[in-house]
Design a protein around this ligand. Structure first.
Ligand SMILES: NC(=O)c1ccc[n+]([C@@H]2O[C@H](COP(=O)([O-])OP(=O)(O)OC[C@H]3O[C@@H](n4cnc5c(N)ncnc54)[C@H](OP(=O)(O)O)[C@@H]3O)[C@@H](O)[C@H]2O)c1
Length: 239
């Protein structure tokens, strides 16, 4: 059964931001040693590519990008055709978050030059690292002193690069910063029938988090669908 993916009404200042993650039944998005982070079904991997067909840009954190063979691209031709039918560019923009500029220059993403790569960084990145990033990416944007100021970064992405719909694919550290900045509009979460355990295994939102219930991000369940032993949830931010 195919689920329609409808672009949502967009705020004119910043892109509509949606997250997509696969999680084990014990709430982990990778094993504690980070060796395993791809554990969902073929259907879920297809779902990831379908979601990308609705995004102007796909974003991930430095560790998600350099620990995995990811390109953040649209995938096979049939997905690119869907993008064109939706009036989007054939290839989505790619955005990497790397506050200290620690992203590995040998990462797979830099080997595939099908669309611009934008790196969001901070003044924590040394001059040398910034220079190295400039040689790798199409644009390196400093968006904050120590942490990315995501409100500012998203407005800039909209104004400079025309990003109206931004899909973030983790990891937990970036997601937490996005939730804390109050810029997450939707969460697509696939719960997979596995238990990874491990107290240091990443979850969908790590980083700093909140201390009080009143501060926690609130969500509304928009849809829930079972396919085999997996559950596909879509939550909307309850702002
Ligand atoms: N199952 C899934 O759906 C899924 C999805 C995504 C990722 N994963 C897995 O999750 C793990 C990665 O997650 P992670 O949380 O460790 O890493 P991550 O969020 O992918 O990347 C962390 C890095 O991003 C930068 N960063 C994050 N937030 C920042 C902020 N607010 N300001 C400035 N820079 C920021 C920092 O780079 P610098 O060090 O350069 O400052 C930080 O070290 C990997 O094992 C990955 O495979 C699983």
């Amino acid at each position: 059964m195919k689920r329609p993916i409808c672009p949502k009404k967009e705020d004119s200042e910043r892109p509509f931001l949606y997250l997509n993650l696969a999680m084990t039944a014990d709430g982990k998005i990778a094993t504690a040693n980070r060796a395993v982070s791809s554990f969902s079904s073929r259907r879920d991997r297809e779902h990831l590519l379908e979601l990308r067909t609705t995004a102007d840009a796909v974003m991930s954190g430095a560790r998600t990008v350099d620990l995995n063979l990811v390109t953040l691209g649209p995938g096979p031709a049939r997905f690119r055709r869907q993008r064109l039918r939706r009036g989007l560019a054939e290839y989505n923009l790619r955005i990497i978050v790397s506050g200290a500029g620690s992203i590995d220059p040998r990462a797979e993403v830099f080997k595939k030059r099908f669309s611009p790569i934008i790196i969001l960084t901070t003044r924590r990145a040394s001059a040398g690292r910034r220079e190295r990033l400039r040689r790798l990416a199409d644009e390196v944007k400093i968006c904050g002193a120590r942490e990315i100021d995501f409100r500012r970064a998203l407005r800039w992405l909209r104004q400079k690069w025309g990003v109206k719909r931004l899909l973030c694919e983790g990891g937990g550290e970036v997601n937490d910063a996005l939730f804390r900045a109050g810029v997450v509009d939707e969460l697509h979460l696939t719960v997979c029938p596995r238990i990874f355990g491990g107290r240091t295994a990443p979850t969908i939102a790590d980083g700093v988090g909140w201390r009080r219930l009143a501060q926690a991000a609130k969500l509304r369940l928009k849809s829930a669908r079972r396919e085999g032993d997996e559950m596909f949830f879509v939550y909307q931010a309850d702002k």
